[in-house]
Design a protein around this ligand. Structure first.
Ligand code: UD1
Length: 331
């Protein structure tokens, strides 16, 4: 089976390529390095000892995508490529809507034309909006809090409508909770450009001394210690969730939460990082960040029931692996 992975040089994409190759899949990567580096590709090869075909391509471009499908018999696609900075999406909504939606339209169209009948989409728990917890796939979705989240919700609808109109075209919508950690080798991991928006890479850079102090956004939420609660999932568990979804993909449209099923607070994550790595993270409390929900985590039972997948790695594994990657990384 040959799988096209868009955004395969990115954080979740690169780990998923490694997991796919280790499970015996042939991989073709398309990435335009808009938020990743070419060196990642060599590091994936070092991890798996296997090669893949690479296209430096913007997947919003129909002709470039057509070329990939013409040159390779693609059996399935995992679509990660997309912009993902929540704050930037509020400032530049059209950048997000044009890029994140156009790519899905172009790729789904190529799949239909070329008889590729498996489409796995990189969605997010953000599509649940401010909903009851734990988030379950059966819940009606509520309004998302920003254009980035809205592109995830609209892409889910684009793919659902396309699958409904094209019998045999099967779609798995994977809703990620908070991916963190890095490959156990320390060779690939999360490497955001500039100042990180997300919590774990920010902690890792404070640990390294690249950033001075962690600001914890809000300590007056209605939670056990006043800080927000999230479901942090090790990126390799997440990557293996994609392999399971490809292997066991039902007919038509299916939706799966990929999370641990457990929520922990910002303070608990920081403490776990300090303990796992035997260091201290300078931190201070700061005002709440606009758009943050107090608490959410996954009901992860459907993926276990239908895909036979559940997370294996602990919060300590997440913290140790994130730090190993940050230390190894030359910045
Ligand atoms: C965000 C996105 C989510 C996306 C995910 C990628 C929304 C509302 N959220 O999730 O869709 O899939 O990123 O991982 O669209 N925090 C701090 N200090 C920091 C950074 C974060 O205290 O410097 C706190 C935040 O307030 C939050 C928690 O850490 O409570 C996690 O934040 P973050 O890593 O940015 O993820 P989310 O906002 O949960």
């Amino acid at each position: 089976m040959k799988i096209l992975v868009t955004g395969g040089a990115g954080f979740i994409g690169s780990h998923t390529v490694a997991a796919l190759q280790q499970a015996g899949y042939d991989v073709v990567i398309a990435d335009n390095f808009s938020n990743s580096k070419p060196a990642v590709l060599e590091n994936i090869r070092k991890i798996t000892g296997r090669d893949f075909k690479f296209y430096e391509t913007d997947v919003t471009d129909t002709a470039s995508v057509e070329k990939i499908f013409a040159e390779n018999k693609i059996d399935g696609i995992i679509h990660f490529a997309g912009f993902k900075a929540v704050g930037e999406s509020v400032e530049l909504p059209l950048k997000y809507y044009s890029n994140n939606l156009q790519s899905t339209v172009v790729l789904a169209d190529a799949c239909i034309k070329h008889g590729c009948n498996k489409f796995v989409f990189s969605s997010s728990a953000t599509v649940y909006g401010d909903n009851d917890i734990p988030f379950a796939e059966t819940m009606p979705l509520k309004k998302t809090t920003n254009p980035y989240g809205e592109t995830k919700a609209i892409n889910e609808r684009i793919l659902t409508d396309t699958a409904n109109a094209n019998k045999g075209f099967n779609v798995a919508l994977l809703r990620y909770f908070n991916p963190v950690g890095a490959h156990e080798s320390g060779l690939i991991g999360e490497d955001p450009q500039g100042i990180p928006n997300n919590l774990m890479p920010y902690i890792a850079r404070v640990a390294k001394g690249t950033l001075k102090k962690l600001s914890i956004f809000g300590n007056d939420y209605p939670t056990k210690d006043g800080t927000c609660i999230r479901d942090y999932i090790h990126v390799m568990d997440l990557a293996e969730g994609h392999v399971a979804a490809l292997a066991k993909m039902p007919q038509g449209v299916s939706v799966y939460n990929l999370g641990t099923g457990k929520g922990i607070s910002v303070l608990e994550l920081v403490t776990a990082f300090e303990k796992a790595n035997n260091l201290t993270i300078p931190k201070k409390f700061a005002p709440r960040r606009a758009g943050d929900l107090a608490e959410y985590y996954a009901d992860a039972s459907k993926a276990l029931r239908e895909l036979g997948w559940q997370t294996k790695r602990t919060v300590e594994d997440c913290c140790r692996d994130a730090w190993r990657f940050e230390k190894n990384n030359s910045k």
